[in-house]
Ligand binder design. Structure first.
Ligand SMILES: Nc1ncnc2c1ncn2[C@@H]1O[C@H](COP(=O)(O)OP(=O)(O)O)[C@@H](O)[C@H]1O
Ligand SMILES: [Mg+2]
Length: 417
């Protein structure tokens, strides 16, 4: 089969040479019964490749089972894999079939093979060499015809050197090594994968399409992706469900990247830029978001008033809401200034029958409030609030504001706070 065909059939996204090479190897090895050792970081696609190999092999109509050797307690792994006789050990009430029996004529995928205990390794080696095994507590030799695909995200040879993994088994398994490259070694695939995943998830959840702006694309591609495709897929799902703004900025994207790694892996382009630029933009974003939120609330309020009519009918409620709104906005520069509602009181006294006019009066008021917002004032207000919240601790305040401590220090000086 052609590489492109395989990708299509198994939903494999990506076009990097390293990925194509891995697909080629899988393609060549699948018709044989040779054991394959798949290596690669967590989430890079090892299990996917084990399916591909099985599905493209003559065993495709036989059973396939994935066993995580790291997740089975040492005391039961032999019995799970090879089965046991009745009374083989305390608690072994009945006979049990092992996977090597049930998967006969199929493929077994042994994930985290380096975690396999040494005793089990000996049993496995025997199956690989002769197709023979013995159930726990039995002396009868059984036969099976199972193909083994193993996977690991650690260096098994390291385990061999430390005496934790049998060297003979290592060579036996590693007849054909298949290395799945980490995402950071196939950067050209990252955005392709992201687009595929977000489009799948927005379809699934019936949410509007997601787009990344240029800077966000840079962040995405230059991040180190320690969790590889699995992490990218999870992030795409979260964005598809959570983000209301469907054009994703670098800033938003960074909030989805685990903190301890996000600093180390800031995109090159941003790293080379003077840091201050990005931080200032951060503040501007914050200010704009705040303003947008206030506007949305005002619009909602006005719509509400228009819809439910009669400011007079329900005046006290609305006046409370409006007062609350003003308090939420907390005008910059003059935090002490309390807002009193003058216009609405007048309109109530007007006895006006035209509710829309009341609504417009209120809107007009609100616009005046908005106009007095200056970015600098809003910025210093934000900084003041952050400092107050964190009791003057600059580091925490800077963190909350999404700027560097150094920038915060400079701003405090500049703005004379
Ligand atoms: N090239 C790829 N294209 C599309 N999806 C992929 C690709 N590689 C991995 N995936 C998906 O990423 C997730 C993790 O893959 P998996 O095979 O379980 O990784 P591993 O076994 O290495 O931890 C799965 O949901 C898988 O479908
Ligand atoms: Mg896995």
């Amino acid at each position: 089969m052609e590489v492109q065909e395989i990708k299509q059939r198994f939903g494999i996204i990506g076009n990097s040479p390293l990925l194509n090479r891995a697909i080629n190897i899988a393609n060549q090895v699948s018709p044989t019964d040779i054991s394959v050792l798949i290596t690669g970081e967590s989430g890079s696609g090892k299990e996917v490749f084990s399916h591909i190999i099985h599905q493209m092999s003559p065993r495709k109509h036989g059973p396939f089972i994935a066993v995580n050797c790291g997740a089975i307690p040492e005391g039961t792994i032999d019995s799970e894999l090879f089965g046991h006789e009745k009374g083989a050990y305390t608690g072994a009430v009945g006979e049990r079939k092992g996977y090597f029996e049930t998967v006969n004529t199929g493929t077994i995928f042994l994930d985290e093979i380096a975690e396999m205990p040494l005793g089990t390794q000996a049993r496995l080696l025997r199956v690989l060499e002769s197709g023979q095994y013995i159930k726990v507590g039995s002396s009868k030799v059984e036969k099976t015809n199972v193909r083994v695909i193993a996977a690991t995200n650690v260096d098994v040879y390291e385990a061999v050197k430390n005496g934790k993994f049998r060297e003979d088994l290592y060579y036996r398994l590693n007849t054909v090594p298949l290395r799945i490259p980490p995402l950071r070694d196939r950067k050209e695939d990252i955005y392709l994968l992201f687009r595929k995943f977000t489009s799948d998830f927005t379809d699934k959840y019936r949410t509007p399409p997601i787009q990344l702006d240029d800077e966000a694309q840079q962040v995405l591609v230059n991040y180190s992706w320690p969790g590889n495709v699995r992490q990218l897929k999870n992030m795409a799902e979260q964005l598809a469900v959570l983000e209301r703004d469907r054009i994703i900025t670098a800033q938003t994207l960074l909030t989805y990247i685990p903190h301890e790694t996000s600093n180390r892996n800031l995109p090159m382009r941003l790293d080379n830029q003077p840091k201050e630029d990005f931080s200032e933009r951060d503040i501007l974003y914050k200010v704009l978001f705040d303003m947008k939120r206030d506007m949305v609330e005002l619009k909602k309020l006005v719509a509400d008033i228009i819809e439910h009519g009669g400011v007079a009918a329900n005046y006290s409620n609305h006046s409370q809401t409006i007062n609350q709104l003003y308090r939420d906005i907390e005008l910059p520069g003059n935090p002490e200034a309390q807002f009193t509602l003058q216009q609405p009181v007048n309109t109530v006294n007007n006895n006006s029958n035209n509710n829309n006019v009341d609504a417009y009066n209120i809107t007009h008021d609100a616009e005046e409030v908005e106009e007095s917002l200056s970015l600098i004032e809003k910025e210093s207000d934000l900084i003041r609030k952050a400092l107050k919240k964190h009791k003057g601790k600059r580091k925490l305040a800077a963190n909350e504001l999404g700027i560097s401590e150094r920038t915060l220090y400079r701003k405090i000086k500049e703005l004379n706070l």
